[in-house]
Design a protein around this ligand. Structure first.
Ligand SMILES: Nc1nc2c(ncn2[C@@H]2O[C@H](COP(=O)(O)OP(=O)(O)OP(=O)(O)O)[C@@H](O)[C@H]2O)c(=O)[nH]1
Ligand SMILES: [Mg+2]
Length: 230
């Protein structure tokens, strides 16, 4: 197996669409998912580097594993559902502390997923626009979480990490809205994050192996009946 040079981790409440976002990006499709058990990763070649992208379980019972997955992470993608304010609140209350084990210069992205379910009048024209059928039958709803709410969370993260706004990417650049279902802005999200983690990977490699996590060291617990690892 190729050895990863750096690590990106997806965190967020259950059902927000972390697995679906990763499927959409890596496998170019949207398919039914089952709630993640433990965690799983994909390897993505980005230029000369191999980046591991970790999908984690949002379910409370797996919460303790989160900081292990974040260890040495070059980027954390904090994911919420634009239709659930609670899922944004959970990022601050339940998931942010898990990132204490990430790299000191870790990049944070905040991602509101499932925009296809909302009134899309605010979305710019895009060839990956959500299906028209939903719009015409009027089943779309107003977003529960505004972009400003995500930006406010990003600023809280900077405070929590004791980072100065002028030393990190601007909040507007690091808050995304996506749809794993239609593909809206999914490539843009991952590729923006990958571009930003390259300098961190370069620094981690220059400093030696202790900062990076060798996933070949990862020992999954016994397989459960469903065949997933925890
Ligand atoms: N409409 C819509 N549904 C989505 C989208 N992304 C995910 N879903 C659906 O939301 C549900 C949960 O998606 P998952 O990707 O399994 O969510 P998760 O965050 O990985 O959940 P856990 O593994 O339990 O933490 C599934 O029924 C998906 O089909 C999206 O962009 N739009
Ligand atoms: Mg999942």
């Amino acid at each position: 197996m190729k050895k990863p040079d750096g690590k990106v981790v997806l965190l967020g409440d259950m059902n927000v669409g972390k697995t679906s976002l990763l499927h959409r990006y890596m496998e170019r499709r949207f398919q039914e998912t089952v709630s993640t058990v433990g965690g799983a990763f994909y390897l993505k070649q980005w230029g000369p580097y191999n980046i591991s992208i970790w999908d984690t379980a949002g379910r409370e019972q797996f919460h303790g594993l989160g900081s292990m997955y974040c260890r040495g992470a070059a980027a954390v993608i904090l994911t919420y559902d634009v239709n659930s304010l609670q899922s944004l609140t959970e990022l601050e209350e339940r998931f942010l502390a898990l990132t204490d084990s990430a790299s000191a210069d870790c990049i944070f992205a905040i991602v509101g997923n499932k925009v296809d379910l909302t009134d899309d009048s605010a979305l710019p024209p895009d060839e990956n626009r959500p299906e028209k059928a939903l719009t015409s039958c009027g089943s779309k709803v107003r977003k529960q979480v505004r972009a400003e709410d995500a930006i406010a969370l990003y600023k809280k993260i900077l405070k929590y990490k004791m980072l100065d706004e002028k030393d990190v990417p601007a909040a507007e650049k690091m808050c995304f809205e996506t749809s794993a279902k239609t593909g809206y802005k999914v490539d843009y999200l991952f590729e923006t994050v990958f571009e930003m983690v390259v300098p961190i990977i370069v620094r981690q490699k220059a400093e030696g192996p202790q900062q990076t996590v060798d996933i070949t060291d990862y020992k999954p617990a016994k397989r459960t009946k469903s065949g997933c690892c925890a």
